[in-house]
Every structure is written in structure tokens, then in C-alpha cells.
Design a protein around this ligand. Structure first.
Ligand SMILES: Nc1ncnc2c1ncn2[C@@H]1O[C@H](COP(=O)(O)OP(=O)(O)O)[C@@H](O)[C@H]1O
Ligand SMILES: [Mg+2]
Length: 297
């Protein structure tokens, strides 16, 4: 847990919630705030399984996963390649396109080619969503509705890395689907009271309504679950993931991203979805551990 990404604080919350619940189940648990001394700490602690609660940066992009593989320590969730692909919104979208998984029309602009004041020539209509290619928690994400918004949106996104992705804004609903050990758990509809599901709407109590199950047609829900599972599978993900989707006014789902280490406080979305499927928070954690043990055998 912890780490140095922009999502450090959320990760500490996930890590503490997991620690408490696993302790309650009788496991011998140690919390590790990941820093440059991580290899030495792991050597000292002699752990059997690493339950990863890192969000963003090296905790979610395959780096920690690679280190644990080298050290021979089994860990929860996706492996090196899947983590790296899922964290990179350009790479994952290219894999989705290859598998005919619907994604919003998008283009990627490298820093040097971006004129900070003009609308770039793009072959899909406004509004656009601008985001850093490899961040989470809506950090650096903005919506461009006209030329006036370009400068601030680009500046914000570029704070987090040299590549920015521009997507067509999908007017409609937002649904997140939870996946556990290769099966769909269910979904939640996310209704923020702010312009979109930004950092504030995600982490300020009362700013977003969560509807379980989503208020969408049954067939649209079924299609969304199917598309979400295909996205998880296309990247080769394992364990628990949360797939973020937008659903347009006609009921067509579009995959935004696959989160390989989704928020894990008791009130986070994946635990909420699991709850609806009859799985308590500790039950969800045990299922995640079971997935690791089965993989190791
Ligand atoms: N193409 C899009 N159309 C509409 N809203 C979007 C689009 N892309 C992102 N958003 C909004 O921005 C939020 C964050 O985007 P997302 O791609 O999930 O990145 P993050 O990794 O930061 O969560 C989404 O939950 C959604 O509310
Ligand atoms: Mg998201």
C-alpha cells in the first residue's frame, strides 16, 4: 500500500481496510508502505502472499508485479503485462480495438505536437475528454467543450506525463462492472452531481449517487457485462478488476478502462458490487486470495 503515485492517499485507505479485514479473518498480516527499500523490507518480513493495494504508478503498471515475480512472492491480481497494458490507456485501447471491443473514438497526442491554444484537428465532434495516458482517480482529466478549454485541459493532463489521450465524450450513463476470478460480479451505475466523475466526485461523500444494480435495460446491462468481461480477458487480467464503461443514449457500451487494482475500502465500488452479489468485504478478499492460490498450484 501507499507508494508515491498521485493516488497514494486512496491506496493507504484501501490498504488499511484490507489489513483490518484480513486480521479479522485470522490471517497474520503486515502492512507495508512501499518505498525504495521495499526489497529489504520483503526480505525481512518473509511474507507468503502480497495482497496489493497500490493504486496508480509503479504499483499498478507492472513494476511491483515484476519485482515480486523475481523475488518469487505470489501476489494478488494481474501479472506484469496485463497490469502494464491496463495502466496505459493508449496500449489497452489498441488491444481492445484488435478484439473488436467498443471504445470511444480517440487519438493520442504527444506533448511536443500539441498547440496549447488551438483545437487540434480531430475527426470526431466535441465535446472531448482529455486525460493523461497513465493515471487513475480522474487525476488530470478534463472535458473540452470549446477552444477556450484547450489550454487548461492540456496543461492539466501534461502535468502527469508526456502523452495525452483525447476521447470523444460519450453522452449518457456511466456503469462500472466488477469482475472476480474470471466471472462478472455485477455492476453499479455512477451518477455524479458534478460535471463528470472527477476526483472530487469520487472521494467526497454525498457528491455521487451509486445505483445498484444500474438502472438500464436488461439487454443493455447484459451487453455491458459481456463487453467488460471481454476487456478484462483481452488484457489477460486476473483476480479482481473493475471495468469503467460509458453507455450512450442508444444503449451502446464503450469501455473507458480496466482498473487492475480497484479501490478496496469497504465503501469502494467493487466491494459494493460484491455485496450485491452476496459477497461480504472479507469474503471478497478471501476469494481474491483463493484466486492466487489456485494460480500457484
Ligand atoms: N469518453 C468519455 N466520455 C464521457 N466521460 C468520460 C470519458 N472518459 C472519461 N470520462 C469521465 O472521466 C472519468 C475518469 O476517466 P477514466 O478513463 O475512467 O480514467 P481514470 O483512470 O482517471 O479513472 C470517468 O469515470 C468518466 O466520468
Ligand atoms: Mg476510471
Amino acid at each position: 500500500m501507499g507508494g508515491v503515485s498521485a493516488e497514494r492517499e486512496i491506496s493507504l485507505k484501501s490498504g488499511n481496510a484490507i489489513h483490518q479485514a484480513l486480521k479479522g479473518l485470522g490471517y497474520n498480516v503486515v502492512s507495508i508502505d512501499v518505498g525504495p527499500d521495499i526489497c529489504r523490507v520483503l526480505e525481512k518480513e518473509r511474507i507468503n502472499i502480497a495482497f496489493l493495494a497500490l493504486h496508480g504508478g509503479y504499483g499498478e503498471n507492472g513494476s511491483i508485479q515484476g519485482m515480486l515475480e523475481v523475488l518469487g512472492i505470489p501476489f494478488t491480481g494481474s501479472g506484469v503485462l496485463s497490469s502494464a497494458l491496463a495502466m496505459d490507456k493508449e496500449a489497452s485501447k489498441k488491444v481492445f480495438l484488435y478484439h473488436n471491443i467498443p471504445v470511444p473514438p480517440f487519438t493520442v497526442i504527444p506533448y511536443k505536437s500539441s498547440n496549447m491554444h488551438k483545437l487540434p484537428a480531430i475527426n470526431f465532434p466535441l465535446p472531448w475528454v482529455v486525460k493523461p495516458v497513465a493515471e487513475g482517480s480522474s487525476v488530470g482529466v478534463s472535458i473540452i467543450r470549446d477552444e477556450e478549454d484547450v489550454c487548461l485541459a492540456f496543461e492539466k493532463a501534461l502535468t502527469y506525463g508526456p502523452r495525452i489521450i483525447i476521447e470523444q465524450y460519450i453522452e449518457g450513463k456511466e456503469v462500472h462492472i466488477g469482475i472476480l476470478n474470471g466471472n462478472v460480479l455485477g455492476g453499479v451505475e455512477v451518477r455524479p452531481s458534478l460535471e463528470f466523475y472527477n476526483y472530487e466526485a469520487k472521494y467526497t461523500a454525498g457528491l455521487t449517487d451509486y445505483i445498484l444494480p444500474p438502472e438500464i435495460d436488461r439487454s443493455v446491462y447484459e451487453r455491458s457485462k459481456e463487453v467488460a468481461l471481454s476487456a478484462h480477458t483481452a488484457l489477460g487480467c486476473q483476480g479482481a478488476t473493475r471495468v469503467d464503461l460509458r453507455i450512450d443514449r442508444k444503449g451502446n457500451p464503450y469501455v473507458l478502462e480496466v482498473n487492475t487494482i480497484p479501490g478496496m475500502t469497504e465503501t469502494s465500488l467493487l466491494p459494493k458490487i460484491a455485496g450485491l452479489a452476496g459477497l461480504s468485504f472479507p469474503g471478497l478478499l478471501e476469494e481474491i486470495l483463493r484466486g492466487v492460490i489456485e494460480k500457484e498450484q
